[in-house]
Design a protein around this ligand. Sequence first.
Ligand code: NDP
Ligand code: 2IT
Length: 439
Amino acid sequence: MDEVRARNGHEPEFLQAVQEVADTVIPYIADNEIYNGKNILLRMVEPERLISFRVAWVDDDGEIHVNRGYRIQMNSAIGPYKGGLRFHPTVNASILKFLAFEQVFKNSLTTLPMGGGKGGSDFDPKGKSDDEVMRFCHAFMAELFRHIGPFTDIPAGDIGVGAREIGFLFGKYKRIQNEFTGVLTGKGLSWGGSKIRPEATGYGTVYFAQDMLLTKNDDIDGKKVVISGSGNVAQFAAEKTLQLGGKVVTLSDSGGYIYDKEGIDKEKLAFVMDLKNNKRGRISEYLDKYPSAEYHKGKTPWEVPCDIALPCATQNELNGEDAKTLIKNGCICVAEGANMPSALEAVHTFQDAKILFAPGKASNAGGVATSGLEMSQNSLRISWTREEVDERLKGIMKDIHDSCIEHGLEEDGYCNYVKGANIAGFVKVADAMLAQGVI
Ligand code: NDP
Ligand code: 2IT
C-alpha cells in the first residue's frame, strides 16, 4: 500500500478501492506460495494503458466547449478490456481508475472471458438537448474509436450513458470504421443489442440479495426495501423487488429522496421510468402525481427503516453513520447495485454486525455479465430469447454467490462476501498473469 499511496496519493477513490482488495487479498497471497514474490497485486494496480483526450464540441448556440475524455485499459489477462463509460461532471482519473480496478475483479467473477476497463468524460448530459448530446458523443468517439474494437476493448453504459448515448457512439464508430461489429454493448434490440441488458444490473442485484437471504432460509417476499438512485440500476432493482413480492418505499437522485410508505407499486414505477427516461425530470416531481409521498431534499434514504437496502446511485453515498442507522432500524441485508456506494467504515460496520452484505463487484456484476452475453450473441450472429438470457443471468449470479461462499466463509459460519469476491476475482486473473509471464 505504501508504494501505491506514493504513486497515487492524489486519487482517494482509487486508493479506497485498492485498500479494500489489499486487506483481503494480501493475506491470501501470503498463504499461497505460487503467488509469492511475483508482485501480482502491484502489477494489477497499474493500468495497462491510460488514455486521456480532448473532446471539443459545439452547443446549440454555436458556442464551443471542451471536455476531457478518458479510457482506462486496466487489465487484459483474461479477455479484452470491458467496462462502461460514465458521463458526469465529477469524472476524473481517480474515479475512473477505481471503477476500472473494480471492473477487473467483477468481470473475472462473472465466469466470462472479459478483462477490465472504464472510461468517460466530465461532460454533464443534464440540461443538454438531444442534438448537443449527439454532437458530444460523436466528438468523443472521433478519438475513442482508435483505442477500441470488438477484440480489444468493448465499452458500455454507466452513469449518464444509456441507450441514447450508446446509439450515438455506435453510429459514429460504424461510420468511421465502416464496420458493423459488437464494439459496444447496451445496443438497441434492432441493431445487435441483447434482451434483458437494460434490466440486468438491477435484476442481478436483486437475484444476488435473494441468494444471500436463502442462506438464512429467508427471501424478499414481504420485505421492506429502501433503494437509492432512480436511474437504470435503481429502476430495474425496484421492478424485480416488486415481482418477488417486496415493498419498495424509497427512490432518490442527487437532489434528495422520496419516501412513499404505501409502497412504490408497478404503476408508480412506470411513472418514475417515464419521468426519468423520457422527460429527464427530477425525482421530486413524483409528489406532483403522488402527493401523499414525502420528499426529503438534500438527504439520502438510509434513515428510513427497512429490511433490505439496495444502494444504486453512486460511490460513497452511504457512510459509517448511515450504516449504523440502518442496523439500528433492523436492516438485515445490503446488496450494492452501484459501484462502491458504501464507504469503508460502512462496510466494516455491516460486517461487525454480521448482517448480509454484498459488495458491488459481486452483486452488480449482472450488468456486465449480460454485456458478455450480448458479445456472445453478436459473435454467433443470433439473438436469444428474454427467458434464455434471464436464465443465464440468474445462473451467473448464483455462480458468483457460490464463489463468494467458497472463499469468504468464516469459522463462525458468517460469509464475508467482500473477502470471497476479492479472492475469487483475484485467483483467475492472477493465474492468467502467472501463465503469461512478466507483462
Ligand atoms: P444512471 O445515470 O442511469 O442513474 C444514476 C442515478 O444515480 C441517478 O438517479 C442519479 O441522480 C444518481 N446519482 C448520480 N450521481 C449522484 C451523486 N453524486 N449523488 C447522488 N445521486 C447521484 O446510472 P446507472 O443507474 O447506470 O448507475 C448507477 C450506479 O450503478 C453507478 O454506481 C454505476 O457505476 C453502477 N453500475 C451501473 C451498471 C449499468 O449497467 N448501468 C452496471 C453496474 C454498476 P441524478 O439524476 O440527480 O444525477
Ligand atoms: O460497472 C459496470 O459493470 C458497468 N457499468 C457495466 C459495464 C459493461 O460493460 O456492461
